[in-house]
Design a protein. Structure first.
Length: 132
């Protein structure tokens, strides 16, 4: 499951956590998550299933709704937007690949269109980061 909590702008402390509303159908195993630049969608990897989960985010509560999935060729671990916020990159360590994906957030399912990023000589990439 995923828990959401408000962050104090003064202290940085977390408030009381509440369930995010991530559906338990299909027994998702959340691993990492990232938000789009406007904070309206969250993208979640699942280390036990070959998929990425997309959910709308409620601006007031931070809870998730209208969740859907996109299939991936292997279990996913890392998920990050590039610095421009135009492409999502997803790691699949079991097959030594990083995928570059375009996102169609208006779709509930099959919202990702992914191609092999072309990165070579990878050894179980669990995460990726961009500078700049």
């Amino acid at each position: 499951s995923v828990t959401v909590a408000a962050v104090s702008p003064v202290t940085g402390n977390l408030g009381a956590g509440v369930d995010s509303g991530l559906p338990t159908t299909g027994t998702p195993t959340p691993y990492t998550l990232t938000f789009n630049s406007s904070g309206t969608y969250v993208y979640i990897t699942d280390n036990q299933h070959p998929l990425v989960i997309q959910c709308a985010v409620n601006a007031s509560t931070g809870t998730f709704s209208n969740c859907g999935t996109s299939s991936m060729p292997a279990n996913t671990t890392g998920i990050f937007f590039n610095t421009q916020g135009t492409h999502l990159h997803v790691t699949t360590p079991a097959i030594n690949k990083v995928w570059q994906c375009t996102v169609n957030a208006s779709l509930t399912n099959n919202f990702l269109s992914c191609v092999d990023s072309g990165a070579t000589n990878l050894s179980e990439p669990f995460a990726i980061a961009f500078s700049g």
